[in-house]
Ligand binder design. Structure first.
Ligand SMILES: [Zn+2]
Length: 461
């Protein structure tokens, strides 16, 4: 990896602003910002004329899910899709078989990353307090470099039990002491069971029954409880995939009072709605559910005013066959959507193209803030001299239509298929090495070997 790379002719767009400059990369780090033409003599020249040069995208919510005997996605294919989407670092969720709930399991997962991934990977630590897990396990995972803790407030998978209110309090005390963010899937368990039960009694298995079984209030009630406990304990709470204006209103108020809370949303809650759920059925089933268009419009002001800290994908790999089960009964389709490859283009289209957000504010949502919150800054998330040379070359004007042939993730489908997006990733550079080149065709576009990605512990410099 020795040798220097010059990225010439592009416009640098960071969370701070825009500048016309060339970049000199050396030994995997950003060595210098140079005026036009000053980078001649580098070992490799990358022409970025007409393109934006962004700090590599950081997707803090992916389910590549290894180890897993079914291998529905995996670090190799998942990181190919990430690279194609301009994402150079992911923070991988603790769902796996077995679930990542001890420091030994966390280290084992990091070893899989270093054999398989082509992007860098930080790891979430799972908190269930099941199967004998205690506070000491949480502290040990923090010591092993976990980026954040994660729990479910509602039952999701039998492999990843929800925590009750006492479990939340216990985990938040460890989060407050270690400084790790505590990420929550915030839906109220009792309201969710009640909602699904009502749909079952009415013999509803149509697509909208999924959305109606878990309306926004299910999320808002859970967020309210989490905020009370965060304020009580001083824990840094991070609310995952917020998809309701009511929850965002509570988060905005808590932020104003000084509560340590951050939150994320996902493109599926910003550019898709219940019409997509009706049309795509199981292929649009996720949790929280896609919202009616009025709710989507009520969420956007919180993205534009900065209440939402970051946008991530919640990428999952499920087979088309399993998703097709939703044709008969929506509740039979598994919950989750692929999205790491479309994260940047879909969020750019919604925020910058359609709603006029400044490009540097969009870069904060998909790179700068994720790095800051998940302990990856200052190494990642900026284009500062001395930091990792993770770059995304992005054509802000190119319009393209999402097609099945384009996907590099393991499962051949996307909830955005047929949608027209603006802004396309042209090249992705991770620690100075090109890992994705859109100038080639199909799978040839991936130009890095498995295992060139690294595990990134929280706070690494
Ligand atoms: Zn998730």
């Amino acid at each position: 990896m020795a040798g220097s790379v010059a990225v010439i002719g592009g416009t640098l767009v960071t969370g701070e602003g825009r500048a016309r400059a060339d970049l000199l990369l050396r030994d995997g780090r950003i060595a210098a910002w140079l005026a036009d033409g000053k980078a001649v003599g580098a070992d490799e020249q990358v022409d970025a004329t007409g393109l934006w040069v962004l700090p590599g995208g950081i997707d803090v919510h992916t389910h590549f899910e290894e180890p897993d005997p079914n291998l529905l996605e995996g670090f190799e294919t998942g990181s190919h899709a990430a690279a194609a989407g301009g994402v150079t670092t992911v923070v991988e969720m603790p769902q796996a078989h077995p679930t990542t709930t001890t420091s030994g399991l966390l280290r084992a997962k990091a070893a899989i990353v270093e054999r398989s991934a082509i992007v860098d990977v930080a790891l979430w630590a799972g908190v269930t307090f099941a199967a004998g897990q205690t506070e000491a396990d949480l502290e040990a995972m923090a010591g092993a470099g976990a980026a954040a803790f994660k729990s479910f407030m509602a039952s999701s998978s039998p492999f990843f039990p929800a925590v009750d209110t006492a479990g939340l309090l216990r985990a938040m005390r460890v989060a407050a002491a270690t400084g790790l963010p505590y990420g929550l899937h915030a839906e109220d368990d009792a309201l969710l069971r009640y909602g699904i039960g009502r749909m079952r009694e009415a013999n509803r298995g149509d697509p909208l029954a999924h959305a109606e079984s878990r309306p926004p209030v299910v999320e808002t009630v859970a967020v309210a409880a989490a905020l009370v406990l965060a304020e009580e304990t001083g824990a840094p709470l991070h609310v995952c995939h917020v998809a309701s204006a009511g929850a965002l209103r509570l988060i905005a108020e808590a932020k104003r009072r000084g509560v340590r809370v951050t939150c994320e949303t996902c493109p599926q809650y910003l550019v898709l709605d219940t019409e997509d759920l009706e049309r795509r059925r199981g292929f649009a089933r996720c949790a929280p559910a896609l919202r009616p268009s009025e709710e989507v419009e009520a969420i956007w002001p919180f993205v534009l005013d900065g209440t939402v800290d970051l946008i991530c994908s919640d990428h999952c790999g499920f087979t088309p066959e399993s998703k097709r089960l939703g044709d008969e009964d929506i509740f039979a389709a598994p919950l989750g959507l692929p999205g790491v490859q479309t994260l940047l283009s879909a969020s750019y289209t919604g925020a910058v193209v359609e709603r006029g957000m400044a490009p540097e504010r969009w870069v904060r949502l998909v790179s700068t803030r994720p790095a800051e919150i998940f302990g990856l800054a200052p190494r990642k998330g900026s284009l500062a001299i001395g930091t990792d040379a993770d770059l995304t070359l992005f054509d802000p004007d190119r319009r393209w239509t999402v097609t099945v042939d384009d996907h590099l993730h393991r499962q051949p489908w996307s909830p955005y298929e047929g949608k027209s997006l603006q802004g396309r990733v042209v090249r992705t550079i991770r620690r100075g090495q090109t890992i994705f080149d859109d100038g080639k065709a199909g799978a040839e576009r991936i130009v890095a070997p498995p295992g060139s990605g690294r595990f990134v512990p929280r706070g690494a410099t």
